[in-house]
Design a protein around this ligand. Structure first.
Ligand code: PDD
Length: 285
């Protein structure tokens, strides 16, 4: 039995139907969040739902719940579905209305749906690292919005997978922006580099946790753009996301990064990150 959430009601999956007139279905007109569950507890829920409300505001779609209310919904989904290690998915579309591009009238309410599923930590990848492929960043200029419109990301990830890689790394005008569903970091001479949180990337919650860990550990950080050539010359490279945590990148377009093995600073940050997961579990258990 899996409980799903739809506009204020908890229901069975079979009972959740989506209208052909849903604007998410027609236009990708909506926003979403993926929140990790560790040991039955939500991780960084406040940050995720604050970003969710901010994404919704940026597309001028008022949502009827607060950060605290969304957190309660996500907690209930995780708890009632008995999720120990997994994630909660929540999305909101601009609702159901006959297909016209401009916004529907005010009587149209957002369609909010969500569910929770088991999804174990990718331990093998965290330990051994992954290969990535670079692709042109053909996305729009509001990548800071966690929009449902993911066609360019889908195409990029597919291209990477067909090349035997785990992730696609977007390159815009020679600059490394982010992954198709992750943020990208490089390490050179002990300093961590990552693209600044502009309109060209999603400011990942895991990215922010990594930056906090660096501050705590007195690791130097440069939130500055770097080129693909600079990425290739990094000592270490890794990606971050809610579901991938801190995953080492050991090769880029078939060329190995450093000595081709996950690097020491990446391992250190993984350990610090791991301690933040432990804190969540201790706090709520
Ligand atoms: N993706 N950049 C993009 C384009 C993303 O889609 C994601 C996350 C990230 C990392 O953000 P965070 O650390 O907050 O998960 C960066 C999620 C996991 C997804 O679409 O499944």
């Amino acid at each position: 039995m899996t409980l799903y959430f739809k506009n204020g009601k908890y229901t069975q999956k079979d009972e959740v139907t989506v209208s052909i007139d849903d604007r998410g279905y027609y236009f990708g007109d909506g926003v979403y969040e993926v929140i990790k569950v560790y040991g039955g507890s939500l991780y960084t829920a406040e940050e995720h739902f604050t970003r969710f409300l901010s994404s919704a505001e940026k597309i001028r779609m008022p949502l009827p719940y607060t950060v605290a209310e969304f957190t309660e919904i996500a907690e209930r989904l995780a708890e009632d579905n008995g999720i120990t290690e997994g994630h909660v998915y929540i999305q909101a579309t601009r609702g159901v209305a006959p297909r016209i591009h401009n916004f529907p009238g005010e009587e149209t309410e957002p369609m909010i749906t969500g569910y929770a599923i088991e999804n174990p930590r990718p331990l093998a990848k965290l330990e051994s690292g992954v290969a990535v492929k670079t692709v042109d960043d053909i996305r729009w200029l509001r990548c800071d919005i966690k929009s449902l419109n993911l066609l360019a990301n889908v195409m990029a990830k597919q291209e990477a997978v067909e090349a035997g890689c785990a992730e696609a790394v977007f390159i815009r005008d020679g600059i490394v922006t982010e992954g198709s569903s992750s943020n990208i970091f490089g390490v050179k001479d002990g300093i961590l580099y990552t693209h600044p949180a502009t309109n060209l990337i999603l400011n990942g919650i895991t990215r922010r946790v990594v930056l906090k860990c660096c501050a705590q550990e007195s690791i130097g950080v440069m939130e500055e753009t770097f080129s693909l050539d600079e990425l290739r010359a990094m000592d270490e490279v890794f990606l971050t996301s809610t579901t991938s945590e801190i995953t080492p990148i050991t090769s880029i377009d078939g060329e190995q990064v450093g000595d081709g093995k996950p690097g020491p600073l990446t391992a250190r940050l993984q350990a610090v990150f791991e301690s933040t997961i432990g804190q969540v579990q201790q706090k709520t258990n």
